[in-house]
Design a protein around this ligand. Sequence first.
Ligand code: T6T
Length: 330
Amino acid sequence: MERRSVLGGVGFGLVGAASLLATSRAQAQDKSFTVALVPGLTTDAFYITMHRGAQAAAKALGVKLVFQGAPAFNPVEQVPVLDAVIARRPDALLIAPTDKVQLIEPLRGAFNAGIPVITVDTYIGTGVYQTGSGNADFPLSYIASNNTLGGQMAARALAKAIGGKGKVYVSNVQPGVSTTDERQEGFISEMKKDYPGITVLNTQFNDDDANKAASQAQSVLARNSDLAGIFGANLFSAMGAANGIQQGGSAGKVKVVAFDAPQTIIGNIKSGLIDIAIAQHPAEIGWFGVAAAYAHLTGQSIPPAIATGFTVIDKSNVDDADIQKFIYTS
Ligand code: T6T
């Protein structure tokens, strides 16, 4: 009798525990978090790959992920998208701000609405957050490549490709974008420091338009028949510069170092049009973005900066199996 009642008790306990588990799972589901990811633009393989990494983390953590962005990389188109996202009151916001100054006030709107903000890829202000100083330290964390270092790496690669002498220039997006500003600064300072035989011509700004970057490459080439190399500071700048050089009949003669690694750039490395690509790890940025948001939403502390890595791709490793995961998804 005694024994039966004990067993009965255990049985009841198991049933009770199971229903408790089910209830807490239901409650957890009720509380499942929505994280919004606002990219620099939606059709860029870099942000598409970032989205893929974010989706993987969201799936693992049971987070609902919303991906909403503008069709072009500029504040005029990004801010209305951001406002619409804020109106939907996500539990946290991941965003790649398209201008380090112009996005401060729109993002303060999210902060004032109680939405935790984490910037991915690009930053606002100085990118140094949670310091208690300045007008743009309210985001919780900045998750990105070390872009100054990336620019320095590009300078060394281009200097090597052109034998340490000649004229080069940076093909860039537009001033005010934290990532590409830092790549340019890193590139120019490294050239000045270590390569006295290299002349860096004026930067050409293309508004993230590969066609514009291509015609600029042809114009610079027309003015400087001895042009030795170009640093394409992002995906569209690099693709455009390489096309311009090809159209100008100088493929292989003018060396191109690319930031970013979509399929097209990989193809250009194989054909010899581009010498080196510095691949960022956008999936890693997206993954850590969602993980950091989730950590914060569940009461953990998160670091104010998380640096993700690079993989340098050239002809020697472009077909290696372990390189393939760093090629961006289209
Ligand atoms: O290079 C990336 C990104 O890091 C940058 O902020 C903007 O351009 C890209 O999205 C590539 O197009």
